[in-house]
Design a protein around this ligand. Structure first.
Ligand SMILES: Cc1cc2nc3c(=O)[nH]c(=O)nc-3n(C[C@H](O)[C@H](O)[C@H](O)COP(=O)(O)OP(=O)(O)OC[C@H]3O[C@@H](n4cnc5c(N)ncnc54)[C@H](O)[C@@H]3O)c2cc1C
Length: 401
């Protein structure tokens, strides 16, 4: 059984799906838009037991997965720990996840420089068209082409990402560059700062080359900042005056925008986080968008990972959700031939839409807690957030769906 499967998008979601479908007996080819290997996205990823199980189910190596933290600490604006919660968790990096999955796919099945521009499907298969003018034919197509998915654009054109009202600034600092006094206070825990009006999450990840030795690791800094649409417009405009749609490549962010963020950091943030930001490589920002497709399949075509649904980063579920999608695809397509594809993908969608919805809704709820309550205004001392216990308890925790 099995047949030919095409996957559009070769990041973590695409690799997970490729690995799961290969194990289910399908002959898989991954088509990735980027012309060069993906690397160095420098983002931290929190893990959950479900993610480790998904990696192991596709035979990915989970040894030395990341840094183990034991507890969560909420800092106040003076940089003192004012709330704590024991919560052992392994925190890792995008690079580590990508490499663990990339080695599972043979090079001749992972094709770079193939940006999908569209597809047509008929009774016997799907024809993919690429921007470079080439075509490919398969029995099924999985779109793991991210939150601006071309595949979703065709099967669910009404589903469009909606701006959430805030952006996330991210940065990485080398452990060795941090002042030892600050390092000792913040580095080894899952740290948070959660007044109304802004929020920080920070944790250690491996250094270059998955180096987990103390002194050689990095600190991952995630800072949510409410941003009006007009300000976002300005932030998305590069030095040439060109307004970028949706997000802007980090090197094109204007110096003035980075400076303004640093000024705000000095005014708003506890010394521990201001210091980490000041010692980081150039920070970059991403606007946070929501989208959730009510259906992940149409005929021989399905969507998975961020193409299907983005759960805001508060739940730390993007990779775990992509892994769950991949395993479900593998399970429903195992033992199925080309004729059974549409029914298998319908069953996949029925299983995964509720799981994605649960992560999406939880993340939206946590995201709403960032905004200042008009009654109390911006209370930035980090002590009086009425949602504090919930934020500490539910951030980056997968206890649903
Ligand atoms: C601040 C932040 C923090 C996060 N933290 C976590 C966390 O702690 N834990 C976690 O699990 N997740 C986290 N995530 C999310 C996580 O990174 C993603 O959800 C996950 O990697 C799955 O992504 P994906 O592969 O589905 O999509 P993407 O990573 O968007 O990849 C899509 C791929 O498709 C390619 N592509 C796009 N268009 C085309 C096309 N037309 N043809 C061919 N290829 C195409 C792109 O080049 C890209 O390689 C975080 C995200 C953010 C923004």
């Amino acid at each position: 059984m099995g047949g030919r499967a095409a996957i559009a998008g070769g990041s973590i979601g695409g690799l997970f799906a490729a690995a799961a479908l290969t194990r289910a007996g399908w002959d898989v080819v991954v088509h990735e838009r980027a012309g060069v290997p993906l690397a160095g996205r420098g983002a931290g990823i929190v893990t959950h037991p479900e993610l480790v199980a998904a990696l192991q189910a596709v035979d990915a190596d989970t040894a030395d997965l990341g840094v183990q933290v034991q507890e969560r600490i909420a800092f106040d604006q003076q940089g003192r720990a004012h709330a704590r919660m024991p919560y052992p968790q392994v925190v890792t990096s995008w690079d580590r996840m990508y490499q663990a999955l990339r080695v599972l796919i043979p090079d001749d099945r992972y094709r770079l420089g193939q940006a999908l521009s569209g597809f047509t499907q008929d009774d016997s298969g799907v024809t993919l068209r690429f921007e470079n003018g080439t075509e490919a034919r398969a029995d099924l197509l999985i779109g793991t082409d991210g939150f601006r998915s071309v595949v979703r654009g065709q099967i669910a054109p009404d589903i469009q990402p909606v701006y959430s009202g805030y952006v996330v600034w991210r940065a990485l600092a080398e452990e060795g560059d941090l002042d030892p006094g600050i390092r000792d206070r913040v580095f080894d825990v899952f740290g948070m700062f959660m007044p109304k009006g802004t929020q920080i999450v920070g944790y250690p990840i491996a250094g270059e080359g998955n180096d987990l030795r103390p002194g050689h690791r990095r600190y991952n800094f995630v800072w949510y900042v409410p941003t009006e649409a007009a300000d976002l417009d300005d932030m998305l405009t590069d030095a040439e005056g060109r307004r970028h749609a949706v997000s802007i490549p980090p090197p094109l962010v204007r110096e003035a925008v980075v400076k303004r963020a640093a000024q705000r950091a000095a005014e708003w943030l506890p010394d521990v986080f201001e210091h980490v930001l000041a010692r980081s490589e150039r920070p970059f920002f991403t606007p946070i968008y929501d989208h959730m497709s009510p259906d992940f399949a149409q005929g021989r075509v399905a969507i998975a990972g961020d193409a299907a649904c983005v759960a805001r980063p508060h739940v730390g579920m993007g990779v775990t959700k992509a892994g769950g999608d991949a395993l479900a695809l593998g399970r429903h397509l195992a033992g199925v031939g080309p004729d059974g594809v549409a029914a298998a993908l319908r069953a996949y969608s029925a299983e995964r839409v509720p799981a994605a919805r649960a992560a999406h809704d939880r993340a939206q709820m946590l995201g709403r807690y960032i905004f200042a309550d008009p009654a109390t205004g911006h209370n930035r001392d980090g002590r009086n957030n009425p949602n504090q216990d919930e934020i500490l308890r539910l951030t980056a925790v997968a206890d649903f769906g």
